[in-house]
Design a protein around this ligand. Structure first.
Ligand SMILES: Cc1cc2nc3c(=O)[nH]c(=O)nc-3n(C[C@H](O)[C@H](O)[C@H](O)COP(=O)(O)OP(=O)(O)OC[C@H]3O[C@@H](n4cnc5c(N)ncnc54)[C@H](O)[C@@H]3O)c2cc1C
Length: 405
């Protein structure tokens, strides 16, 4: 069983990153120097890439047997890394290159040769992205009802449909696209396909104008009679018969939610720091009758909430690393952290008041980012519904066991 020493969390990021050949400090400094530009334009400029070890970022999730420099960091190790990058900027943390959310469907549904082919694209010194496309204009939370169709042809499959809100979708070289072979079969009709950029019929329709997390570039993708070869459909390891490809989409969220929580925790720390700097620089907003004690208590409470969110993420990641069920833990971590970020951003803005207009562009950006956290990777409402359902399921199972005993 993999253990994590909670007393040494601050050292983990540096240790894990030095193993991956990534200069953590350089990434954080480069983000800080480019964030204003990226927040204005949604672009990551060339000057950023010349300052970071791109190959290390590309291959952070690539298994050693497919050419990654070493085994990917355990989930627990990645949290420390992502928290610090999220502290520099959450949008950048989500925008960094690598296979990203496409990793779980590729590793759980891809045959050995499909995995080999997909991961080979990341073994380079220029930034390469993967992406994951399930959401559609009319289907978000209930992802089992997707309408994008894949119809078998002599050579492969013809894909038709539209996907929206796809993170890094314009930058990605390959995208794992979920489509249905037979919508009457619900989730069991869904399959995953790897679609390469440049495939005829596959176009980026537009980039969304984003409130926050702008560096991560969300796009709308269109598939119009887009023919992909037979080998594009993820078929599972040799001899396996895929019954439920949708489960791997859920696996992607389980894999990602603790990491996203770490990014959100980083953003919460940034909100706290920006507020602290403001109070130090401009003094207490005493004209509105706010006393030192109330402000101190506000900071203490923020610290408590941040620590709870961090520990929930570590628990979920630790269970993931040890092969234990963790969907509920991942949902709890993500739901709690995104609510914490929104609350902290609101409290900070309330305290700063009208000074925000001239004094705190960073806080204003963090507030916009916080709003997005509650939507991506499943909305807060959906997380709470899932937590309740999983809790009920477990309670029912426990009662049945007690009765049987
Ligand atoms: C920054 C960002 C990045 C994203 N990246 C990706 C990506 O890379 N790939 C991808 O495929 N998708 C991505 N998404 C899409 C995201 O997964 C969806 O936005 C999300 O699943 C919600 O779907 P929706 O927007 O259609 O909202 P809807 O599902 O229409 O929900 C609208 C509102 O209704 C609520 N609601 C819905 N159903 C219920 C219910 N049963 N009970 C109670 N309340 C309910 C929701 O909580 C929400 O408040 C991203 C979104 C964002 C914001």
């Amino acid at each position: 069983m993999i253990a994590v020493d909670l007393g040494r969390l601050n050292d983990i990021a540096a240790e894990q990153l030095s193993r991956s050949g990534i200069d953590h400090g350089a990434v954080v400094r480069a983000i800080r120097d480019h964030i204003d530009y990226s927040d204005r334009t949604g672009e990551i400029p060339e000057s950023f890439w010349s300052r970071v070890a791109v190959r290390g970022l590309n291959t952070m999730l690539v298994p050693a047997r497919f050419g990654g420099d070493q085994e990917p960091l355990p989930a627990v190790g990645r949290l420390a890394v992502l928290e610090d990058i999220g502290f520099a900027d959450a949008g950048y943390a989500i925008a960094l290159p690598g296979p990203g959310l496409a990793t779980p469907p590729i590793t759980s549904l891809g045959s050995e040769s499909q995995q080999q082919r997909f991961f080979a694209g990341f073994l380079t010194d220029r930034p390469v992205w993967g992406a994951f496309a399930i959401t559609e204009p009319d289907v978000g939370s209930d992802a089992t009802s997707i309408q994008t169709r894949a119809v078998p042809t002599d050579r492969g499959y013809l894909i038709n449909g539209t996907k929206c809100f796809i993170t890094n979708g314009e930058r990605a070289g390959s995208i794992v696209v979920f489509a249905t072979l037979d919508s009457r079969r619900g989730r069991f009709g869904i399959r995953a396909f790897v679609v390469d950029r440049g495939t005829p019929g596959f176009t980026v329709v537009r980039r969304e104008k984003m409130l926050g997390l702008r560096a991560s570039q969300l796009v709308v993708l269109s598939f119009s009679d887009c023919e992909v070869p037979k080998e594009s459909m993820l078929i599972g390891p040799a001899g396996a018969r895929i019954v439920d490809a949708f489960a791997s989409a859920q696996g992607a969220w389980d894999f990602m939610r603790p990491m996203l929580t770490a990014i959100i925790v980083g953003a919460c720390r940034a909100i706290r720091e920006a507020l602290h700097e403001h109070v130090e620089g401009y003094g207490l907003p005493s004209r509105r009758g706010v006393g030192r004690e109330a402000v101190t208590e506000l900071f203490r409470n923020m610290d408590r909430q941040v620590q709870i969110a961090r520990l929930l993420a570590y628990k979920a990641a630790w269970r993931y690393d040890n092969g234990l069920p963790m969907s509920k833990d991942a949902s709890m971590a993500k739901a709690f952290a995104s609510q914490t970020a929104i609350r902290m951003a609101e409290q900070a803005l309330e305290l700063v008041g009208s000074d925000i207009v001239f004094g705190q562009p960073r806080l204003e950006r963090l507030y916009r980012d916080a709003k997005a956290f509650d939507i991506l990777e499943g909305t807060g409402d959906m997380q709470r519904l899932m937590i309740t359902a999983m809790h009920r399921g477990r309670t029912a199972e426990r009662s049945a066991r007690t009765l049987a005993a």
